[in-house]
Write a protein of this length. Sequence first.
Length: 378
Amino acid sequence: MKRIVTILSAALVLAASLQAQELTNFNFGGQAPVISPEIQGDSVTFRLKADYATVVKLSGSWMPNPWGDTIDMTRGANNVWAVKIALPSPEIYTYNFVVDGVAVNDPQNVYVQRDGTRYLPMLIVPGERTENYGEAKTHGTVSHPWYDSKLLGYSRRLSVYTPYGYEANPKKKYPVLYLLHGAGGDEEAWISMGRTAQILDNLIEKGLAEPMIVVMPNGNPGQQAARTLGIPEKQMDWRAPEFQNIYVKSLCEEIVPFIEKNFRAIPKPASRAIAGLSMGGGHTISASILYPEMFDYICPLSAAGQATPEQIATLKKAGVKLYFLACGDTDFLFEGSKTLDKTLTEQGLDHIFYVSDGGHVWSNWRLYLNTFAQKLFK
């Protein structure tokens, strides 16, 4: 018995020493750990330890040309490259380093978001604009259920947000927002880049939004789930007659019933909202046209789609409670949004046309969610 105890003690000592060695490696051989990014007052410093680099630059989404502009970094002690810049205005930005021409993520920053197949470090600048993008005191739950799609021929993955208190009160039912992503996204886009859970947690905690379920499907009918799961994709020609509006049909005929059967959702048009950005904005418009009695709250954001006067007239007759149209004034789809606004106005459908600065970017779509979520189900 004593021998077994001795062996176990030795194993624990060895494990502890290995862990300590691993942590030492992160300290670069005993040197002080690199901190990046570091916000200090009205400035922020970025740092990267790169022993063998000859040229290191910083690229960030706050720059005038986020796809081409860079700032030179300077080599310092222990081969730590650094640059200090004025703190950008409050928002969530992404950035990376360019080391001898190669894009490199910041190894010191645990805050990352996934944009399709790219992972990018985030810089969250605090302020009024971003006050609902951080963690609230109370938190909802994000789950990833699968539903069976007969229309598409396989099981598909969803992201579903349920508000704080959902598990504690099994008799309470909730309204549902169906929130759709754009081209290149998947069922995790609104969670990763849109900060949906944080925005809803904060708005609900402050009493600014009704507690609601948020359903975020995968809008690519050839995908069962996000590519990070490694599931082979099915090639679909969306122009083929058999695939016309196939995803929108699955959304309305399969996803909505699945949610109302498996979650405590209120199964009424007055308790259903649909919103989407870009491609998802087009899906939002199509769903409202094909199923005009299904959603009382319709929110196309930077939308790639239009509706005819007759289709708008049908929506008006159906009794839509809120039509929230939003777009940035430099968005390449702004003219299309203006056209849709004109059609809505001519048909007498009361609506909101929310015009923001900027283009086809997540900073706008987070702003729109933070805005229209406060108007739902009231």
